[in-house]
Design a binder for this molecule. Sequence first.
Ligand code: G3P
Ligand code: MG
Length: 251
Amino acid sequence: MWPYPKVVAHRGGGKMAPENTLAALLCGLEYGFHAVEFDVMLARDGVPVVVHDPYLGRTIPGSGNIYDYDAAELVTMDAGSWFAPRFKGEPVPLYVQFVDACRQHGIWMNVEIKPAPGFEEETGRAVATLTQALFGLQIAADDPLQVPLFSSFSTVALEAARLAAPAIPRALLLDDAPADWRDQAKRLDAVAIHVNHKKLTRQFARDIRDAGLGLFCYTVNDPVRARELLSWGVDALCTDRIDIIGADFAG
Ligand code: G3P
Ligand code: MG
C-alpha cells in the first residue's frame, strides 16, 4: 500500500534551510534524509519551478506573482536571504534541476503540484508531461522508489496529471476532508491520501487504510505526535523538524 519511505523532509530541509531550494535538499541529505517533499509551480513561460507561494514577497524579494516572470528570471532571484544571510543568492530551482539533484543523491520525491489559482489544469498537465519524459525508463521498470509520487490539493491538477501521465502515481492532499474523499480518490485512481495531521483522528486513519489507500501526514514536528500517528497505522509523514524527527524515526 505504501512502498515509499516513512519519514520525508518537508520542502527539502524543513526548517533547517530555506524551503524548496537545492541548499535545503543538501541540508536534508546531511541529516540523513533520502526522501523529500517539495512544491512545483509554473513560471510565466510554462516552465515548472520549485516554490511554495504563488507570489513574491515572503521567500523571494520583490512583488507580483510567480507567473509574472519567466523561469529564466526566477532562477536569478534570491530565495535564500529571507532565511539567513549565509544563504544569500540561493536561487529558485527549476524542477528539472531539483529532479537531477534528487537522482544524483538517490532521494525519493513527493512532488506536490502547487498550481497558482486559475492554473490548475495547465500545471497538472505540464508537470506530469515533463515528469513522464524525465522518468520514462523508471516508469517502464515499475520501481516505485525510482518514480516520483505526485500530490496536490487540486483535484483538477491531479486529473490533468492522470490524463497526461497515468502511470505516475497520485495522492490526494486534504486539509478538511470532504465527505466524498473516497470517491475523489477513486476517480483520480489515487494510491494514497495525504492529510493534515491536525485533522486526523484514529477513526479517519482506519477509514483511509480500510479503503486500501496509503496514508501520509503533513507536517508533523512533534515526536510525541509522530509516534502516536505511526501507532494509528499512518504509513508516512513529512516534517520540518528533521533535526528531531530523523529519517530513521521508528515511533
Ligand atoms: O505536501 C504536504 C504539505 O507540503 C502541504 O502543504 O502548504 O506545506 O505545501 P504546504
Ligand atoms: Mg508542500
